[in-house]
Design a binder for this molecule. Structure first.
Ligand code: NAP
Length: 446
């Protein structure tokens, strides 16, 4: 390869894709410095017309500070040669092997698109949701805008004990005034104002000493006005249990909560431990959950529930044309190189949740992407990339537009962003999201 820039596709514009793009283009001396690769052009694909993946569609609406990381992504998007091809789905509009032929290398950063669910009777009843879907619903992801999430003023049972479970519990319990200053999707706000749950029960299968949620996230829940957080003293371990660090602080806080008098608030979040759902009950729609006490001699109880949310992890899917590890639900990889049958697939790389599985915070993706781009750069320098059929930027755009005529550029996204922030500011919020793809495309065209 001589005299031209490297042409790289990044599939997914969430944190992992944007950090990978940052590492790719800022390889001289910037904050993402990676081994020298020379000039690079990056096309960032996303199946939505809007970028930023989980930061827009996953971070809780009341976590405005966490979303400020998009300023970093904004900066990366302004680098020369970084294009956005939004509203283009790889695997539907463009096949994996086509993409591989068009570029010197492809970095897959498309994350985990669904939630895990439990294999118990009744898990497929209407009113049982994965946390992935509920989060996507209240965050205005277009494909979930019409989901029938109905707390109905009753009890919502959230299964799982991670930060996603606490996020879902907190957002469902947020009083209207607190929701009103967030970028929660309008359809979800309407439902939550009219029929917020009176009680959210968060159910962990292990004891409080093994909870997966963080201390900061628990403290944040305790800070929500108008919500009592309740722990049953019977669920606590013997005082003799010795823990250190975060686990000790979390247990101290849970102990303190168990002995705190109820505040008489209108809404409650109850943290239950040692409980596993054995059945979701309902005739045509969920009405309750059977919970087994997993401790020796523990019985089974039935809790009424208007809705059940499975917050037991996210799950990624494969793409036709790529190898897939069906047990870990990731693209099999070695230092970011996608591998198949023991060897690297030339020009294919992975980063983020599709590489590591659904764990870690936004910042974890920075180091993850750096490892992947370092491997890519080493392969490029060593002549291991399949460069023969690579197309230039204009030809790629011509082919993409033939398949997906409503492709959205950075400029188009900025037009959508302006509409959303203007609407939001008029209401005292950071933004009011557009959730309809056709409307997004219309704003982008202007
Ligand atoms: P997670 O932290 O892995 O928690 C999953 C929870 O589901 C665990 O409590 C786990 O219990 C439980 N679980 C798994 N299988 C189960 C089963 N069959 N039956 C009952 N319970 C089951 O995952 P997550 O909450 O989805 O979060 C994903 C990642 O995003 C995490 O790294 C998290 O920290 C991060 N995140 C961070 C924030 C934040 O920074 N505020 C917000 C949201 C998410 P066991 O522990 O017993 O396996």
């Amino acid at each position: 390869m001589s005299g031209r820039a490297w042409r790289i596709a990044v599939v997914g514009s969430g944190p992992s894709g944007m950090y990978a793009t940052g590492h790719l283009v800022d390889h001289y001396d910037g904050p993402y410095a990676t081994p020298s690769l020379g000039p690079v052009e990056v096309d960032v694909y996303d199946r939505l017309p809007t970028p930023w993946g989980l930061v827009r569609g996953g971070v809780a609406p009341d976590h405005a500070a966490k979303k400020r990381v998009t300023r970093v992504f904004d900066t990366i998007s302004t680098y020369p040669g970084v294009r956005f091809l939004g509203n283009v789905e790889i695997g539907r509009d463009v096949a994996v092997d086509e993409l591989a032929g068009w570029y010197d290398a492809v970095v897959y950063a498309y994350g985990a698109r669904t939630g895990r669910t439990l294999d118990v009777p009744g898990a497929d009843l209407p009113g049982v949701h994965t946390a992935h879907d509920v989060v996507a619903w209240y965050n205005g992801r277009p494909e979930h805008a019409g989901d029938d999430v109905r707390p109905a003023g009753g009890r919502v049972v959230v299964v799982g004990n991670g930060n996603v479970a606490l996020d879902v519990a907190r957002v469902l319990a947020l009083p209207p005034d607190a929701l009103a200053v967030t970028d929660v999707a309008a359809h979800a706000e309407t439902v939550l104002r009219a029929s917020a749950p009176g009680e959210v029960v968060v159910v962990g299968r292990r004891g409080p000493e093994h909870a997966a949620f963080g201390v900061d996230e628990l403290e944040e829940l305790l800070g929500v006005d108008g919500v009592d957080v309740v722990v049953d003293p019977d669920d606590l371990p013997e005082p003799a249990v010795e823990l250190r660090g975060t686990a000790a602080r979390r247990l101290d806080l849970l102990r303190e909560l168990a002995h705190r008098p109820r505040g008489g608030q209108p809404r409650r979040v109850v943290l239950r431990f040692h409980r596993s759902p054995t059945e979701i009950v309902g005739d045509g729609r969920v009405t309750g959950v059977r919970l087994r006490d997993d401790r020796a001699g523990g019985g089974v109880e039935e809790l009424d529930a208007a809705a059940v949310v499975m917050a037991i992890g996210y799950r990624a899917a494969g793409l036709p044309g790529l190898p897939f590890d069906g047990e870990r639900h990731v693209l099999p990889s070695d230092a970011g190189r996608v591998v198949s049958g023991g060897g690297a697939v030339p020009g294919a790389y992975a980063t983020g949740w599709i590489k590591r599985g659904p764990t870690g915070i936004i910042g974890t993706n920075k180091a993850c992407a750096r490892e992947t781009v370092t491997s890519l750069a080493a392969d490029a320098v060593a002549g291991r990339l399949p460069t023969a059929g690579t197309l230039d930027a204009a030809e790629v755009l011509r082919r993409v537009t033939a398949r997906a005529p409503d492709v959205v550029s950075w400029r188009g996204w900025r037009a959508i962003d302006l509409v959303e922030t203007s609407r939001g500011w008029a209401q005292g919020r950071p933004r009011r999201k557009v959730v309809d793809v056709a409307e997004m495309v219309e704003h982008a065209r202007r």
